[in-house]
Design a protein around this ligand. Structure first.
Ligand code: ARG
Length: 456
């Protein structure tokens, strides 16, 4: 029997014109009030919500409903292995923010808080999961959004030979940011600007201050030459283009973050041929026989790249976990949820780490596949904006106030394609420095970027 899930039955596309479905609101509110006795009886609340939807097409969540809904949305995220701590999500209610300046200032606060750089009593690098929830979408009205897929991402610059400096995945977005007037340094790890679109001002670009971008320079516990590769990665992965949906209400701007699992950086971002493609470079430096695949040179490189990531983050005091620990935690989460009488919806192809799968417990079982709400969704137009940095037909671009109506609600199946590399052309190996050079270049300072001033 098939379980209605993301694979067999993709969720319906979001229609931004449609009023809130009272049935979905009711289902959420009943669950919320049943789980939180102190919120009181649900019936009076349902009557208010029903009247609000009838009058305005939507309704507003109380701060407690919002916080609960956001945590459940995380708990329902089938692709996330890190859900053991779903109760600890810090929910920042930013529903009053309107202007791009206000939104940007709160995004900076989010990153400082998430990175542990916002307060005197916390250590920079003590990453904690945070979500900032900006105004909900009103049916049929334009809404604010962020185009970037993550708050912190590195630019990618295509050079004349077709190679790429930086993150090849960001080439389209970077070009578009340059068309909009942004100038990056042209380095391999340039932090992209944040593109904030609001109904009143269209898209505006903002440069993140250094204090909001905690980064770790990468070195290896044994290979001295590794640091000379000049690799680094940012500490906070903060997804910024997924729509949070709670009880029929949609929040298109609700950036959220957790901490990194090492393989995301060491086995994907730095290793994938379509990303930084460092595997051949590191293999050369390790002196491995790359003439045939059966020497397992790729596998050996992956192990060392991942050791470098974990070791460097630990040395810098920045929270990160390895895939074995995160796998054990996820299995503990399944046990906890089982005791509470709940199934854990999960997508095997995303939960199993991208290296050493069978060495982790999460590999050796199947999961309940279901699309449960509240949840986070990546809409096709959000995906396109993050990839291209503009809409499909910039020549016939609509006036800013009409932008949000220009949705292309395509079947949502698209967003269920796992984040596996698309078979595109290989980027030229990116070697930030010539490691064999007799004069080693100045290494990036192993210290973290300066912390946020204490004014939270
Ligand atoms: N895999 C993405 C990246 O490498 C981040 C996705 C969210 N990851 C997380 N640990 N919360 O940037």
């Amino acid at each position: 029997m098939t379980t209605p899930g993301y694979r067999d039955m993709p969720p319906e596309a979001w229609d931004p014109q449609a009023p809130v479905d009272f049935g979905e609101a009711e289902e959420f509110l009943r669950m919320c009030y049943a789980d939180n006795g102190k919120m009181g009886p649900v019936e009076p609340r349902l009557a208010v919500v029903r009247a609000q939807i009838a009058a305005t097409g939507t309704y507003g969540h109380t701060p407690d409903e919002l916080a609960y809904g956001a945590r459940i949305a995380w708990r329902n995220s089938s692709r996330c292995i890190g859900r053991l701590y779903w109760r600890s999500l810090v929910v920042l209610d930013r529903r009053r923010a309107r202007t791009p300046e206000e939104i940007f200032a709160l995004v900076v606060r989010h990153l400082c808080m998430a990175g542990g750089t916002a307060a005197a009593n916390r250590e920079p690098g003590a990453i904690r999961p945070v979500i900032s929830v900006f105004p909900q979408a009103q049916p049929g009205r334009p809404y604010a959004r962020i185009w970037n897929d993550q708050l912190i991402r590195y630019a990618g610059y295509r050079d004349v030979n077709g190679g790429v400096t930086g993150d090849p995945r960001a080439v389209g977005f970077t070009e578009s940011m340059r068309d909009l007037g942004w100038r990056g340094k042209g380095d391999a790890f340039d932090v992209l600007p944040i593109a904030i679109e609001t109904p009143s001002e269209g898209v505006r670009l903002f440069e993140l201050p250094e204090r909001a971008v905690l980064e770790v320079p990468l070195a290896h516990p044994e290979f001295g030459w590794f640091a000379e590769l000049g690799l680094r990665w940012h500490a906070v992965p903060a997804i910024s283009n997924m729509r949070l949906t709670i009880g029929g209400v949609h929040y298109p701007l609700a950036p959220f973050n957790g901490w990194y699992m090492g393989t995301e950086i060491g086995a994907r971002n730095l290793a994938d041929p379509e990303r930084y493609n460092m595997v051949p470079v590191v293999a050369r430096m390790m002196g491995l026989d790359t003439s045939k695949p059966n020497t397992l040179w790729r596998d050996r490189v992956l192990v060392e790249l991942n050791r470098a990531v974990l070791w460097s983050f630990e040395r810098a005091g920045v929270k990160i976990t390895d895939h074995h620990t995160e796998s054990d935690r996820f299995l503990a989460h399944i046990r906890n949820e089982g005791r509470a009488g709940r199934e854990v919806p999960a997508d095997w192809s995303w939960i199993v780490p991208p290296m050493s799968g069978s060495a982790t417990g999460v590999f050796h079982r199947y999961y309940h596949e279901a699309d449960q709400r509240p949840n986070f969704y990546l809409d096709p137009d959000a995906r396109e904006l993050a990839t291209k940095g503009h809409r499909a037909h910039p020549a016939s671009a609509p006036a800013p106030q009409d932008l949000a109506r220009e949705q292309h609600p395509a079947p949502q199946g698209a967003h269920h394609v796992p984040d596996r590399p698309a078979p595109t052309q290989r980027s030229a190996p990116m070697v930030p420095t010539q490691p064999t050079s007799p004069e080693p270049r100045t290494l990036p300072s192993p210290t973290l970027r300066p912390a946020c001033p204490v004014r939270h």
